[in-house]
Design a protein around this ligand. Sequence first.
Ligand SMILES: Nc1ncnc2c1ncn2[C@@H]1O[C@H](COP(=O)(O)OP(=O)(O)O)[C@@H](O)[C@H]1O
Ligand SMILES: [Mg+2]
Length: 395
Amino acid sequence: MSYLIKSLRRIDTFSALSEPDLIALASICIPAQYPARSVIAREGFDAQNLFALISGTVGIWVDYDTEKADLLAIREAPCLVGEMSVADDLPRSATIVAASPVDGYSIEANYFRKLLAKRGSIAFSLMKGISRIVRSSNDTFISELRKRNKELIETNKKLRKAHQQLVRQERLSNLGKFSSMIIHDLRNPLSAIRGYADLLALKLEGKSYTLHKYASQIRQETSRLTNLTGELLDYSRGEIRLMYSPVTVAELFAQLKKNIETKLAAKELNLTWDNQFTSIVLLDFNRITRVLLNLLDNAQKACGKKGEIEVSAKGSEKELILCVKDNGVGMDEKTMQHIFEPFYSTSDRGGTGLGMHIVKTVVEAHKGIIDVRSEVEVGTQISIKLPLQLQSGSI
Ligand SMILES: Nc1ncnc2c1ncn2[C@@H]1O[C@H](COP(=O)(O)OP(=O)(O)O)[C@@H](O)[C@H]1O
Ligand SMILES: [Mg+2]
């Protein structure tokens, strides 16, 4: 009996009770043990008992054993659980489950009520205990509610961002579908403008220096736009189908010179050509021209108004090495890592960031490799190595 009274006194709700009160309480306690995971009282069932836990831990669950099961609280002995059964006749509002082996006493609610009627001090202690529980569960709920609210706000933010991204992606994909058509159509008026500008420049040659300069400017800018549309078109088409033909490096260089002469006119760029490769090779002439034009365009941008650019060709029986070298601004580590990514550009003159991506795609379609060497403030050297022995099925 004295062990039982000592145990009951360790329970917060009963700690202030007098010895006679505790003795009276002990007389209605029935020893009860529960193995771990056993249900001590089930939600929705009649609440006929309360439990004085002496050792072990219990979990208080709502919707226990269902998909929406929610753990409301964990209570550790010594404590009283299920005491609400004394205050009302409603079914259990939660399930009490032993989280570990539990040892304690079951007290029948009816007997307990009778005891309360006789001993006001026990009723008062119970009232205080219940009020403590209500307050603390209120606090738990509020903090839980705040936590969930915060999570909800976060989720909502993520959802909104994902939605925006989706809308953007859809727009981009629509744009992608039509872009090759639009870009293709842009090329016709562009070549007409270029043609008329050529004509104007020809007519004004030697007559009006200023007007001739304007016409040259128009030619220059239209060829920039033509280049840009070419880049976009290649990118939007995705896969590249090469058109191989036998060519010489001399022909390649001649084509390049024709393409860039107007561009270079206004700048103090020292452009040198060094061709040590005389054999005939099989490659896609237009695409390799585009590759070298892209490399040259980047080299010019890197040099600004003044600088030196060298275009060279050398090789062996096995490969052709085309190289564009400049003494421009060079690239840092970060730029080097990203140059082949589509739309990556550090250019403030509205670069598409597609040039190097196209270079890589075309070179790889030729089964070639690219070697990039660069140093900030020193310059850049980009070599493309094209194998001459075409692998079977590559034509
Ligand atoms: N020769 C070079 N010198 C310095 N930076 C270069 C050179 N070539 C490429 N880059 C860097 O790589 C980036 C990507 O090049 P590119 O794909 O051609 O795009 P864009 O020329 O439109 O900027 C450039 O913005 C630049 O930062
Ligand atoms: Mg470029």
